[in-house]
Design a binder for this molecule. Structure first.
Ligand code: SAM
Ligand code: SF4
Length: 482
């Protein structure tokens, strides 16, 4: 286990700590204290949430434990309202790129785990990465998240090289303009290298915040077996100046109510330690079946669709300025219901097989996949539906490229910035998509959405700029942004 030994030194920093910031007993005592909140309790919290402040754990516990239909509906409508006020009608689009399914860990729920011999193992070469990226670009993608197992083959130098390869790949008018990273927790030295290449968000999901369940899911003789090494992954990234970090839970491993509290405590920890900068986004995947992985088909705490809706709305109410990502693990009908509750980002046109974009031609590759996707529609279909539902698909990457990240982004998000910058940029990137990649039907739906949203711009100066910029895009100019 030479690979694991390399990390033993790093682990010492955390082994010395008396406790970490997740106190399991405290979380349960808060949930138990509010086991049966009254309508009045719930409405008191909703009145606080309406002011767009981050809620405290006890507030969240009240919402989590609420079983009253009338006030649950009030929670849903306030979550939708906050989403609209803070983010507008925008929905940011991306798709993941799976670089390698080789993994030294043995997470019980994951198709990539070391002991699964049903999976055909692969790491993309640089040339194959370019091939995948070209397919993604030609479908209209501008943003991606690169996904890696944890293996000596995909060490930090390989990760950096693969990111450079993604950015260097151009095709017609297109390119990937923002690459986020979802990989194993890294050391500060490794994270410094990652910062130098220029990444978007650094994502690590804790999977479960419940210590005992974490131990059950992640064998001790693996790197991932160390709870605190993972829990402090975002701290280390922020320490070296990567200021867009993301957190997440894999729902189904433990009680969803506890996990929502865990996400909130993690947010509070980061905000308190890093000058108000909490996570840039939160992800909340539910476990999906995976080849050779019986646990994934029968998890201990499967979350129902109703509870899933509730937890998304509670996250939106609790952390109003944090992006919420809903992945294509979910079926289209679930996505339709959940998006209006506060989601700000989705993936579409997703392939999760390693080599899936260039090889599958629309089909899945079960022997190279980590789990099964719920939404296998094309990007074009999802863009069209989003426009028809009154929202505005956005491929915008302006903030990251202008250096508006971390603290600066948080400040901007709290002012009228979103309406003056993000909405116009969303419109401009949608227009590029319609011109270069969309089907006729999608173009019609998209043009209607653009007209509606340009008409809705209140600032006359910005509106004038937009009318001209849209014409410039029609004439062939690209990448116009505010
Ligand atoms: N290997 C890295 C790690 O574990 O952090 C990053 C990549 S891992 C492939 C990305 C995420 O996929 C995990 O953090 C986990 O939440 C999720 N995942 C694993 N198994 C899953 C399953 N059966 N269904 C849905 N999501 C799953
Ligand atoms: Fe490896 Fe990540 Fe899958 Fe665990 S979740 S087996 S670390 S790829």
């Amino acid at each position: 286990m030479g690979f694991l030994q390399k990390y033993q030194e790093y682990f010492k920093e955390y082994d010395r700590m008396e406790r970490d910031f997740i106190d399991d007993d405290k979380i349960w005592s808060q949930l138990n204290k509010w086991a049966n909140p009254s309508k009045k309790d719930v409405r008191r919290v909703l009145a606080k949430a309406e002011k767009k402040v981050r809620l405290d754990p006890e507030d969240a516990a009240i919402l989590i434990q609420n079983k009253d239909e009338e006030t649950i509906n009030e929670m849903f409508s306030l979550a939708g309202k906050l989403k609209k006020e803070i983010y507008g009608d925008r929905l940011v689009f991306f798709s993941p790129l799976y670089i390698s399914n080789k993994c030294a860990n043995n997470c019980r729920y994951c198709g990539f785990r070391r002991s699964n011999n049903k999976v055909d193992r692969r790491t993309l070469t640089m040339e194959e990465i370019s091939r995948e990226v070209r397919v993604m670009i030609n479908e209209g993608q501008k943003r991606t998240v690169l996904v890696y197992g944890e293996s000596p083959e995909t060490d930090i130098d390989f990760i950096c090289q693969s990111i450079r390869q993604v950015y260097a790949t151009k095709c017609g008018n297109g390119e990937i303009r923002r690459a986020n990273i979802n990989c194993a927790p890294l050391s500060r030295e490794e994270l410094k290298k990652l910062k130098e290449v220029g990444i978007g968000t650094f994502q690590v999901f804790q999977e479960t915040y419940h210590h005992q369940t974490y131990r059950k899911m992640h064998p001790e003789d693996t790197i991932k077996g160390n709870y605190r090494w993972r829990l402090y992954a975002q701290d280390r990234a922020l320490d070296v100046g990567i200021d867009d970090v993301a957190i997440g839970v894999l729902f189904g491993l433990y009680d969803w109510r506890f996990e929502v509290m865990g996400l909130l405590y993690h947010t509070i920890h980061l905000e308190e330690k890093y000058n108000g900068v909490g996570p840039h986004t939160i992800s909340f995947p539910r476990i999906e079946p995976a080849i050779g992985t019986p646990y994934a088909s029968n998890p201990d705490y499967a979350v129902s669709d109703e509870d899933f809706k509730k937890l998304v709305a509670i996250l939106r109410l609790s952390v109003p300025y944090t992006g919420l990502i809903l992945t294509a693990r979910e079926r289209p009908e679930v996505r339709r219901e959940v998006i209006p509750l506060g989601v700000s980002q989705i993936d579409a046109g997703t392939r999760i097989g390693v080599g899936g974009y260039s090889k599958s031609m629309g089909n899945m590759l079960p022997d190279k996949e980590q789990f099964q996707l719920g939404d296998t529609r094309t990007l074009d279909d999802v863009v069209r539906e989003t426009c028809e539902m009154g929202s505005l698909p956005s491929f915008c990457t302006a903030c990251y490229r202008a250096g508006r990240t971390g603290e600066e982004f948080m400040e901007a998000a709290k002012s009228g910035f979103v309406h003056n910058f993000c909405m116009p940029n969303a419109i401009l990137t949608l227009k590029e998509y319609l011109l270069d990649y969309a089907s006729h039907q999608t173009r019609d739906a998209g043009e209607k959405a653009i007209k509606k949203h340009v008409d809705g711009i209140k600032n006359e100066k910005i509106k004038g700029f937009m009318v001209k910029a849209l014409k410039r895009l029609e004439k062939g100019e690209r990448d116009i942004r505010l």
